[in-house]
Design a binder for this molecule. Structure first.
Ligand code: NAP
Length: 488
């Protein structure tokens, strides 16, 4: 593994447009900060509206030839990228820990997870199929085929810098779409390094552009309004997603929206509590609680709520807070000061409304933006922590009385990304599959993400699915053709 300084020195600091590393026309720069120290680790180009237009020109120019490139060739470039990522896994992991803060072991896990989208969609590229058959009247033949949507604009959040990029880039390229990606200002370095990796894997010029900017709204709006753009894929918060959907409506763009979550984690009285606690620790504390799939509300049967709280409090005592590069660290920093303030205010609000603080509860003093892993039990209805995404290492327990009460509490949110259910009762588990208003569910497991699965939400958690057989469909148009019966 390279050391931090040499790795950071090797990361491109320019925009990636038309297959070249280029300066921003504005001449402005962005400072990227390590949240565990508060120090600037790299200064990179800050794209202007003109740079966005240049990226759009390049994506548009490359679209026709990329769509005409054989699916096998597109797939093999993605497969080569997968192989290169394995070789450079340590660099990508360290870079994510430096710019985002997650512990190195989790960053390695994200390299593995993010890489799987490259392998999966390298395999899907050659499976874009259609159908041919008689119309019901027998007077004609119907052909259904799938074609690339066209140039796509991909906007990603800061919390999974590699996986959120590969989950969009891989299906777009596999489908034959060119793309422009705009990573979050807070964690742009991983996307820049990944663009270099794709170039090394043989991606033709212009097929992917990367624009990093401190003015996301100003630079994105003209791209979304450009008539050459055909698709907008966004992962981020629900309020920004709603705003972008409105902008996309003007051009009647295809959209995929992976938005916020407020996951319920339901523990029934018959659950295997050892497994439930293990799953809870993953579902809550993975990525320092900063995941859209993070369990937000632990809805636990009143007969086991105290036991569950005691056990998770003991497990939380074993967590180790610190800089993610250090051995044994399991909880890194939150992304910035605003995230710490939010966690603090949600904890204070819950306690003021009667919740019991069992562990943690406050900021860690010193450098960086660390928050103590926290457990709250007996959280009362109306507490803000039950309706907002916590996005921090705070585990909030709410007791329930019976299955109907659990389902009502779980569904009492505008979000619907994922839910977790722990029970040994098969029929109850099956009922919950249908009664939980979520796009995904973990049944006796605390992590569901998989490149082979359709990831996505219902209600205000979004539209569309990423990954699985469904993922490539987000970048394909369906075309229907009718021809006369050739025998008539
Ligand atoms: P965010 O503030 O909504 O930002 C997401 C992305 O949108 C960033 O690249 C951001 O750029 C950009 N952006 C913000 N305003 C924009 C605008 N007006 N026009 C164009 N782009 C704009 O979300 P975040 O704080 O980065 O990420 C956390 C959120 O993402 C949480 O709500 C989480 O649940 C959600 N998330 C969802 C999933 C999922 O799959 N459903 C996965 C991961 C995260 P700048 O930050 O540079 O302004």
């Amino acid at each position: 593994m390279q050391d931090e300084a040499s790795l950071l020195a090797s990361i491109p600091n320019q925009l990636f447009i038309g297959g070249e590393w280029v300066d921003s026309t504005s001449g402005r720069t962005i400072d990227v900060i390590d949240p565990s120290t508060g120090r600037v680790i790299k200064t990179i180009a800050d794209a202007s509206v003109e740079d966005g237009a240049r990226a759009m020109d390049a994506a548009s120019a490359a679209q026709e030839s990329w769509a005409a490139t054989a699916p096998r060739v597109r797939g093999e470039i993605l497969r080569k990228a997968f192989d290169l990522l394995q070789e450079r896994a340590d660099d990508f992991a360290l870079l994510m820990t430096l710019e985002m803060g997650k512990p190195l072991a989790e960053a390695r896990g994200e390299v593995a997870y993010g890489g799987e989208f490259l392998r999966w969609f390298s395999e899907e590229a050659v499976r874009i199929s259609g159908r041919y058959g008689s119309n019901p009247e027998g007077t004609g033949r119907m052909i259904v085929t799938h074609l690339p949507v066209g140039p796509s604009f991909l906007i990603t959040p800061w919390n999974f810098p590699l996986a959120m990029a590969t989950r969009k880039i891989a299906p777009a390229l596999a489908a034959g779409c060119t793309a422009i990606i705009k990573p979050a200002e807070l964690t742009p370095l991983t996307t820049l390094l990944f663009a270099q990796l794709l170039k090394d894997a043989g991606l033709p010029d212009g097929v992917l552009g990367v624009i990093t900017t401190s003015a996301s709204g100003e630079v994105s709006a003209p791209i979304i309004a450009d008539p050459r753009l055909r698709k907008l894929s966004f992962t981020g918060s629900t309020p920004v997603g709603v705003r972008l959907l409105k902008q996309a409506a003007d051009g009647v763009l295809r959209t995929s929206m992976e938005l916020g979550g407020n996951a319920p984690f339901i523990v029934f009285e018959d659950a295997d509590l050892d497994r439930a606690v293990e799953g809870a620790m993953q579902a809550k504390f993975r990525n320092i609680g900063q995941a859209c799939t993070a369990a937000n509300r632990f809805i636990v049967h009143e007969s086991v709520a105290e036991e569950f709280a005691t056990r998770v409090t003991a497990a939380v005592a074993a967590l180790k807070v610190g800089r993610g590069t250090e051995a044994g660290i399991t909880i890194g920093p939150l992304i910035n000061e605003a995230a710490v303030d939010k966690a603090q205010s949600l904890v204070d609000d819950a306690v003021s409304r009667g919740a019991e603080l069992r562990a943690g509860g406050k900021r860690v003093t010193g450098d960086g933006t660390f928050f103590e892993p926290t457990v709250l039990s007996g959280v009362t209805a109306g507490s803000e922590i039950l309706s907002q995404e916590i996005f921090g290492p705070v585990l909030a327990i709410v007791p329930f009385t019976d299955e109907a009460d659990a389902v009502a509490k779980a569904n009492d949110t505008q979000y619907g990304l994922v839910g977790y259910v722990y029970t040994r009762d098969l029929a109850r588990g099956q009922r919950l599959i249908e009664s939980l208003q979520t796009g995904m569910m973990g049944l006796n497991v605390g992590v569901v993400s998989n490149a082979a699965a359709p990831f996505g939400g219902v209600k205000q958690s979004g539209l569309g699915r990423e990954g699985g057989a469904e993922g490539i469909g987000e970048y394909l148009e369906t075309k229907y053709v009718l021809t006369p019966n050739p025998f008539a």
